[in-house]
Design a protein around this ligand. Structure first.
Ligand SMILES: [Mg+2]
Length: 279
């Protein structure tokens, strides 16, 4: 209870909001915001029915494979499991983006993210609770493998996030938090030794295979994706994330680039590639 009170107070003080209103109150006191390059992506996340439909689509496909695996499962087989990423896969961060943009921040802001995480202001992704509970009802274990670093207490904060969201299997056995690396493959292989993994869910291709952890070369990443096309919607369930992830690093060389003139120029150059040549 004390923890809840502290988290609630922290959320209110930081302006991340509690309850249904995703817009922090202090937004109205700000001058006209600067144009964070990710504003349109954040608006899409906060409003588009299509964004929500993509989550439902992903979880519906995953559930189909879960049900098929359960129907075919024999006692002599390894138990069934799914492996999921957390951020932007089963939990979404509308309140963080609203806060960041209302505060006039540019691009990304790690210190703001680190303040946001312990406030438990994240929300379940559309359809996530139903899917995860369905897995539990069918006896399919859910393993959460996430990469986060908020310093001391990183693990406890992540665990509390999952528990506050009401997710099943929100315990130490099922949650792995990678702090020093974002390479999920070793942990995923450990899980696969004991479980028959039905599907993996993620919002970044790195959530499926480490080879996608490419910086500064989106063409190579796209070529790999084309080569692996049969894995999507079968073994890998990909969720939408237009604000952050390895796709940003594939452009800028880092996943949280600074707001510099050079980076804005690169952003513009990237947007204008493949330009229509018509007059
Ligand atoms: Mg993620």
């Amino acid at each position: 209870m004390k923890k809840l009170l502290v988290s609630t107070l922290a959320a209110v003080v930081l302006g991340f909001g509690i309850g249904g209103d995703a817009t922090p109150a202090f937004a109205e006191e700000q001058a006209a915001p600067k144009s964070n390059i990710l504003t349109m992506a954040a608006v899409w996340k906060q409003t588009a029915a299509e964004y929500r439909a993509l989550y439902y689509q992903g979880f519906n496909i995953a559930q189909k494979y879960v049900d098929e695996a359960v129907a075919k499962h024999k006692k002599k087989h390894k138990p069934l499991a799914v492996i999921t990423d957390v951020d932007d896969t089963v939990a979404i961060h509308d309140r963080y983006w609203a806060h960041l943009i209302a505060g006039g921040e540019e691009f990304f802001d790690d210190p703001v993210w680190d303040k946001y995480i312990p406030t438990n202001s994240l929300l379940p992704a559309p359809g996530a609770l139903d899917f995860l509970n369905h897995c539990k009802e069918k006896g399919v274990e859910v393993f959460y493998v996430t990469s986060r670093d908020q310093g001391e207490g990183t693990y406890e904060m992540a665990l509390e996030n999952l528990q506050k969201l009401g997710f099943p299997y929100a315990d130490r056995e099922h949650l792995t938090v990678l702090v020093d690396t974002s390479n999920k493959e070793p942990r995923q292989k450990e899980i696969a030794e004991k479980f028959d993994v039905v599907v993996k869910l993620g919002d970044s291709l790195n959530d499926f295979q480490r080879k996608y952890y490419i910086k500064g070369d989106f063409e190579e990443r796209n070529a790999m994706t084309a080569a692996d096309k049969d894995l999507f919607g079968t073994q890998y369930i990909i969720m939408p994330n237009p604000t952050d992830g390895q796709w940003i690093a594939a452009i800028f060389g880092q996943s949280e680039p600074e707001d510099t003139a050079a980076n804005r120029a690169l952003w513009h150059k990237t947007a204008t590639r493949n330009q229509w040549e018509g007059k």
